[in-house]
Design a protein around this ligand. Structure first.
Ligand SMILES: Nc1ncnc2c1ncn2[C@@H]1O[C@H](COP(=O)(O)OP(=O)(O)OP(=O)(O)O)[C@@H](O)[C@H]1O
Length: 721
């Protein structure tokens, strides 16, 4: 870049006689903002087309045009929130977002069109938050706050934003933009909802700061006539500048008394014949031309160099790599503190949210332990005892067996065969057993070592007729019926008319002390660790995803981004502020499941808690990634609901992975809960420590997943625009 004429002064506006005293003596070689051949499309819709914009340093520049013509898009590209598809853009000497540049950051004050304020903050807290992001000393923030509250006619600094009127909110929004006395001020419709007296005051302040401290101001307004106070206006239509000059010059040239009429004339001309944007600047005014030409001349070298670069659309990979280079700077402590300050206020002001956050895991784990894994009982079951028909003292065996059937499991109903069959068919019984009229006699014969050959012992059978539609109930029923027979035999043997060693009747299968777990394994011990991981994972997704998407939707995130914060700082503060909430949630989950419901915790409670904490971070990262991809709460909820159930199913939380087809087992490796849930289960049920492969591998995978989700979030927060 040729710097030889950098010190040469340039008076940019010789025509604005009423404002001549307000116009800064500008450095001709350094326009504050220039855009050359800027193109921007949203999908197929082209918003900016060959846009050329030149904002001299220290000038007030009014960007005028109808709704939807691309004004906000231009402002957002100036503050670094929109990447042009192609074209050259320089703001305060560098490309927005370039490493080490203060745009976005302290050099730019941005007032977006939407209110973009934290409703739960007071006016003071709002300014303190942005003070943190601009690394301002607290005395400085207080000094500016007192000035701005007075100047913008704001109510008490302790008033909550949510209790302010629409106009007051817009003025707080403007106070944020003015807070750090930036070099460049970007104001998108700052005077909407402001009364005429205050509007006058705001304009005179803008003129003052542009004059006194060479602040460059770009302003959009719907009140076209108020733009007469600007040093330079750009009339824009359909993403193109129709004319760019001082208001007086445009009025004189087009021989009109109002800018509105000038704009109309230009629009008609634009419709009739295509007039390139630059044509309006060459409207034969030699003085203006000479001033502006100096600035443009200086840019030409640079533009020529970049034109080859910008001739075609910037490729997606270039945009992604740009996004990464913007994102990956060392985190700044002041930004982290600012985000922490914001999060802690939001938590403090939302007691309902806190109670909800603690109540939900308590309810979920309690419901899980009460509803899942418990043995079914009071099952309506029919008993058909044909032996009773004879009512003989030798026919006691059937009743003896029936008495051994667990009264907790079965609600017995004595019926005849056809009644039992009919009730079972109507779904009023889970099944029935029928015992023959010869049950005692045939059972004796069954165990008689000297029984004659061809003796029929069919009558010793217990015939079971089940409604086997419910697998768990059918399995439990079968198991209890078999158990009852074992205990029946022990009682029946003394009544046999021949000696028999009872040990011979024992099952040869002997369950030794299990290596891990109990001989009577509880399903709850299998599921509880995975359920705890799922609860913490889903809670943190919701907590993070919804919070950030709302911030994004309401323009709060954009605003903080423009103030210089990045995703790493936002997320680390979010984690720091939520770690206490997560710790309480995890403590509640572990205490309730183990102490109240007796879920196994054989290994270290701290390792389990650590794994659950990591699962929480993973959920936060996933939530952040969701909010970077989603446009609003509905989309976040859709992504969350759409992903949680498959993740749960694929993670072997509801049913062992060993039951899945081989190809699906492989896929389970790619679910963020699979290995961490197995690790927690191994700690809780087997007592394993972090040194065992399953546990450390689970720990590493959950960290890996968190890193991946964060990467997605970092990328999409930067390129979503
Ligand atoms: N993220 C986006 N995705 C798709 N289209 C968008 C997006 N942002 C803006 N647009 C479209 O781009 C066009 C220009 O929008 P922009 O907000 O820049 O206009 P504007 O001149 O500021 O309008 P207004 O004065 O009403 O604020 C509009 O048609 C708008 O619908």
């Amino acid at each position: 870049m040729d710097n030889s004429n950098q010190k040469e002064p340039l008076i940019i506006n010789n025509f604005n006689s009423s404002l001549i005293s307000n116009i800064a003596v500008l450095n001709a070689s350094e326009p504050a903002v220039f855009i050359k051949s800027g193109y921007k499309s949203y999908g197929k819709y082209s918003v900016l087309r060959d846009l050329n914009l030149n904002v001299p340093t220290g000038a007030i520049y009014g960007l005028l045009g109808p709704s939807g013509c691309g004004k906000t898009t231009i402002l957002r590209s100036v503050v670094g929130r929109v990447n042009l598809d192609s074209g050259l853009i320089k703001v305060l000497g560098k490309e927005p977002g370039e490493k080490g540049h203060g745009v976005p950051g302290v050099l730019v004050g941005y007032m977006p069109q939407e209110i973009a304020l934290y409703n739960e903050f007071t006016i003071n807290e709002t300014l303190v938050y942005f003070g943190f992001l601009h690394n301002m000393k607290r005395e400085n923030v207080n000094r500016r706050r007192d000035f701005l509250v007075e100047f913008l006619d704001l109510p008490s600094k302790t008033r909550l934003v949510k209790n302010l009127s629409g106009g007051q909110k817009r003025r707080v929004s403007m106070a944020i933009a003015l807070l750090q006395e930036p070099k460049l001020l970007i104001l998108d419709e700052p005077t909407v909802g402001v009364d005429p007296i205050l509007r006058e005051k705001i304009w005179s302040h803008l003129i003052d700061i542009s004059k006194a401290s060479h602040t460059t101001i770009i302003i959009t307004t719907h009140y076209i006539e108020e733009a007469r106070k600007a040093d330079r206006v750009g009339l824009i239509r359909n993403g193109k500048i129709l004319a760019e000059n001082s208001p007086e010059y445009l009025l004189q040239t087009y021989n009109e008394s109002s800018l509105e009429n000038v704009f109309l004339k230009l629009c008609i001309r634009d419709q009739d014949t295509f007039v390139p944007a630059k044509a309006s600047n060459s409207l034969h005014n030699p003085l203006y031309k000479s001033n502006i030409n100096q600035a443009e001349q200086h840019l030409n070298d640079e533009i020529v160099q970049v034109e080859t670069k910008t001739a075609s659309r910037t490729s997606l990979t270039t945009r992604i790599s740009k996004s990464f280079s913007k994102t990956f700077r060392l985190p700044k402590f002041n930004n982290f503190l600012g985000a922490l300050f914001k999060d802690s206020i939001l938590i403090r002001r939302n007691y309902g949210f806190l109670i909800f956050q603690f109540l939900i895991p308590v309810i979920q784990i309690s419901l899980f332990c009460l509803c899942i894994g418990r043995e079914p009982f009071d099952l309506k079951f029919g008993i058909v005892n044909n032996e009773t028909i004879y009512n003989s003292s030798e026919q006691f065996g059937a009743q003896m067996y029936i008495d051994e059937l667990n009264n907790h499991t079965f609600k017995k109903q004595y019926l005849n065969w056809s009644e039992a069959n009919s009730l079972a068919k109507k779904g009023k019984l889970w099944g029935f057993i029928d015992l023959s009229k010869d049950f005692t006699r045939d059972t004796i014969q069954k165990y008689n070592p000297l029984k004659p050959e061809n003796t029929s012992i069919v009558g010793s059978n217990i015939n079971v007729h089940l409604d086997a539609t419910n697998q768990q109930i059918a399995l439990i029923t079968q198991a209890r019926i078999a158990e009852a027979y074992q205990s029946f035999l022990i009682k029946f043997i003394p009544f046999l008319p021949f000696p028999i060693d009872p040990k011979l009747l024992n099952s040869p299968i002997v369950l030794q002390e299990p290596i891990y777990g109990e001989n009577n394994p509880q399903f709850i011990n299998f599921m509880a660790p995975g359920i705890m991981a799922t609860i913490i994972f889903t809670l943190t997704i919701g907590m993070t995803g919804l919070m950030f998407v709302i911030e994004k939707k309401e323009g709060l995130m954009d605003r903080s981004w423009v103030a210089g914060i990045n995703a790493v700082e936002v997320l680390s503060a979010h984690i720091a502020s939520k770690i206490i909430i997560m710790t309480v949630q995890i403590t509640l989950l572990i205490l309730i499941s183990t102490l109240v419901f007796g879920v196994n915790m054989k290994g270290s409670i701290f390792v389990s808690a650590l794994l659950l904490l990591l699962q929480g971070f993973c959920g936060m990262s996933f939530g952040l990634a969701c909010s970077s991809l989603a446009k609003d709460e509905t989309e976040v909820i859709q992504i969350t609901i759409g992903s949680i159930f498959p993740v749960m199913l694929l993670s072997g939380i509801l049913w062992p992975i060993e039951g899945m087809p081989d190809w699906l087992r492989f896929i389970t490796n790619f679910s963020p809960l699979t290995h961490s849930a197995e690790a927690i289960r191994s700690v809780a049920s087997r007592g394993w420590s972090l040194g065992v492969t399953t546990v450390w591998f689970g720990t590493i995978t959950v960290i890996g997943w968190s890193a991946l989700f964060n990467l997605i979030a970092l990328l999409f927060f930067n390129i979503d625009n």
